[in-house]
Write a protein that binds this ligand. Structure first.
Ligand SMILES: *Cc1c(COP(=O)(O)O)cnc(C)c1O
Length: 429
């Protein structure tokens, strides 16, 4: 499928980088073909090294909610760069972004900045264990929380896609402290708690999973978890690395009005720079060093250039909440268009959608958890992906991912996406 320079660059990269990429899902293994090498991006478009142009529906896996090369963010970064790239000492901007996050995200009273979503979830679990004095955690099947050892068990997205749901290198000792429950099933959470009395430190989940494709919580599920955690002295962690600042300025917790004890953040929070954060109740966050005994640190954490990008992004979202209505409208328009295409073609595939996240699953089953997501025909998805790419639409290269709409997607581009979807589905059946 990919010709020219992308192919050459990929062949060359494979000699020096494992699999030729710095993050597995980029390799297109799940969909077949070779990855595109990208030169530049602007607004809603991505340009590859062979001068092809694509409409962007991944947006760097979420961060670029305002589209690419946003002027405000670029300007803030350029200004910050002039003052040196790093000091390893506190700056005013770190206090400002912390205050802004506390104002935007309902559960967060104090927050610590880190450099990735992975670091945020690993640290959140450590604090939950330190705070409760308990070891075990409950993880939800199909949720992805980065590549920390404790989470590489039924990990969704990259891990499923690569066919390594349990990674070698994770010790049995670590694996035994991670208990698994299916999404949307309070009953199985209760069973795990009963069979591990007073042993569970935390329940961690994506409140609206995007890493098994987009899956919605059933009414009462999130509030039910909140209630169980209160009764059992368990720390409830919402991993909002994907949904934070995406579904609402306060994330899924604002939308569903369920307040976790700890929230992990990433992706949009850095405006495209590598940033993560974890925050929550002061009582819990005060366990983090140097205030408390739970150690967590980072040489480049709170980096001035990254903070300039992140602050500008968050401030813009905070001051322009109309963006979320706009994103919901354009995404609904696309989803309805695809639904009409399916109807015209007599297909009954499933679409899940919330705000500016949506997934088209190649299954006729309702998708409510990891097991139902896995009923999808991934071979068919691969073909759909490759044909959409030929039509100039860049989708996430896996069935088990959500798509992200940015504010750069206009009505005209939305119509082009719907048209491409029709032509591709029609040619496949
Ligand atoms: C992307 C993601 C992570 C991992 O973040 P990285 O920055 O890739 O380490 C963790 N949790 C969720 C929900 C994610 O979507």
């Amino acid at each position: 499928m990919v010709t020219g320079n992308s192919k050459e660059l990929f062949e060359s990269a494979k000699q020096f980088i494992p699999g030729g990429v710095n993050s597995p899902v980029r390799a297109f293994k799940a969909v077949g073909g070779d990855p595109l090498f990208i030169n530049a991006a602007e607004g809603a478009y991505l340009y590859d090294v062979d001068d092809n142009r694509y409409i962007e529906l991944i947006n760097s896996w979420g961060p670029m909610i305002l589209g690419h090369a946003n002027e405000l963010i670029e300007k803030a970064v350029i200004e910050a760069v002039k003052n040196s790239l790093s000091f390893g000492a506190p700056t005013a901007k770190e206090g400002e972004i912390a205050e802004l996050i506390v104002n935007m995200v309902p559960s967060v009273e104090k927050v610590r900045m880190v450099n990735s979503g992975t670091e945020a979830t690993m640290s959140a679990i450590r604090v939950a264990r330190g705070y409760t004095g308990k070891d075990k955690i409950i993880k939800i099947e199909g949720c992805y929380h980065g590549h920390g050892d404790s989470f590489l068990i039924a990990a969704g997205s990259g891990a499923v896609t690569m066919g390594t749901p349990d990674s070698p290198g994770v010790t049995k000792g670590t694996a035994k402290d991670t208990l698994l429950a299916p999404f949307n099933r309070l009953e199985s959470i209760k069973e795990l708690i009963e069979s591990n009395p007073s042993e569970i430190a935390a329940i961690i989940l994506e409140p609206v999973p995007g890493n098994m494709g987009c899956v919605l919580p059933e009414p009462g599920y999130l509030s039910g978890l909140r209630q169980i955690c209160d009764e059992e002295n368990i720390v409830l962690i919402f991993d909002e690395v994907m949904t934070g600042f995406r579904l609402a300025k306060g994330g899924a917790q604002e939308l569903f009005n369920v307040i976790p004890d700890i929230t992990t953040l990433g992706k949009i929070i850095g405006g495209g720079m590598p940033v993560g954060a974890y925050g929550g109740k002061s009582e819990i966050m005060d366990y983090v060093s140097p205030q408390g005994p739970v150690y967590q640190a980072g040489t480049l954490s709170g980096n001035p250039v990254a903070m300039a990008a992140g602050y500008t992004m968050l401030e813009y979202l905070n001051e322009n909440p109309g963006i979320y209505t706009q994103l919901e409208e354009i995404t609904s328009f696309i989803v309805q268009g695809i639904q009409q295409n399916l109807k015209k073609l007599n297909l009954s595939y499933t679409i899940n959608h919330l705000g500016s996240m949506f997934s088209l699953f190649f299954t006729e089953k309702e998708v409510i958890d990891f097991d139902t997501a896995k009923t999808s025909d991934t071979k068919k998805f691969g073909e759909y992906f490759r044909r959409m790419l030929n039509q100039g639409v860049y989708l996430a290269p896996s069935q088990f991912e959500t798509l992200f709409i940015s504010t750069a997607i206009t009505k005209e581009l939305a119509e082009a996406i719907i048209q491409a979807n029709y032509e591709v589905l029609n040619s496949m059946h």
